[in-house]
Design a protein around this ligand. Sequence first.
Ligand SMILES: Cc1ncc(COP(=O)(O)O)c(C=O)c1O
Length: 438
Amino acid sequence: MSGKELLAIEGGAPVRTEGMPPEADFFGLEELEAVTNVMKSRALRRGNITEEYEKKIADWFGVKHALAVTSGTTALHVALAAIGVGPGDEVIVSPYTFVSSDTSVLEQNAVPVFADIDPDYLHLDPADIERKITPYTKAIIPVSAYGAPVDMDPIMEIARKHNLWVIEDDCRAIGATYKGKKSGTTGHIAVFSTVAGKVISTGEGGFAITNDDALYEKMWSYSDFARKRSLGSSSKYHWGLPCTNYRITNLQAAIGIEQMKKLDEFVEARNKNGRYLSEQLKDVPGIILPKEPVWGETIYYYYLIRIQQEVLGSDMLNFALALSAEGVFDKKLLPTTRWPISQNLEPLFIEKSGYGGTKCPFECAHYKGKVEYGPGQCPVSEKLHEEVLWLSSVNPQMTRKDLDDIAHAVKKVVSAFLEKKVRGEKIEYAAERDRALL
Ligand SMILES: Cc1ncc(COP(=O)(O)O)c(C=O)c1O
């Protein structure tokens, strides 16, 4: 690696001037035609096309049931409602996740408890799950952080021992495999997101899968005003429990059917891109590349690297800003996604901001436990949130040139940072404002 190129953030020429391709939905004529057909049918509401989509999902995963809903977030919510999580309950959640893995627990008036993660795959650490179990624990939500399958057997073992439910949050992992099975088929329920940018997209959307007939019936009911699926369209609001409407339309389902047909191709293309980047970056010092576990196959939803501050003399934020100036990284992604924040440090939890200005469910009378949130609770997650950079999507639309530019820019920044370190120069591109935005 030559350290001769002046970094763009210091006035040098950027690696790339046209920006990275936006994470647009990638549709073909098939999706267009499918949507048009639904429009022509004048049956836009949830109906036979949605059921066909659900059948396609269930068949692809090899499970009995799939329920399509409006988002990954609402899929989590129906799953939690179905297993009966409610006031007084705790649910153990990964702190390395998108906020809805834990806010969906709050939606049920239950309390999220964060267990720490392992440093290699950023997945819940079974040993810490055990430590965080209390008499109030009802469920565990393991999350696939970037598309590597979660090692589910130890988690299921704990769940069996303590009589807990397991909901796999595989919103980012459609297409990963675990011990020869599709990831998401080991827990009691698994949820997935099909929001734009995910492995398949319906614009907005998500689905839950299960092999359990009773859970399926409850999820279905919960998502459709407590109607009873088994009673068909004549059913009224039978369940007699709080419920809501998370139905999708036949329009999204029609897109979903076509995307499902292409899913295997998408998985192959993403994995090819992810592995290509790993090949290009394999000898670069100061960064740790995503690991592929022995227990299954990763789907490269996103490509994450870990910045070794002690080697490069820079933290992840300065590295990201330097890459952004090189034209291969969109720095707006940092604040909008809050990637640098471990969930146990989110103000929502630190301040225990509850419903209606109360501290419910955190200090609700139904809750007999005691929960506190703050630094030091999940030390691995807190440290890794400061080090892991979500470098790039590796979606099928990325070209060799896009990936080469990313690799070039990473190498350029690493070289320059290593030289600065030798010269004892401090790296500080991040203004107060940049840090405040995170
Ligand atoms: C791990 C995880 N869980 C849940 C969600 C929520 O999915 P949605 O955006 O479809 O509500 C997302 C992201 O989008 C996610 O990454």
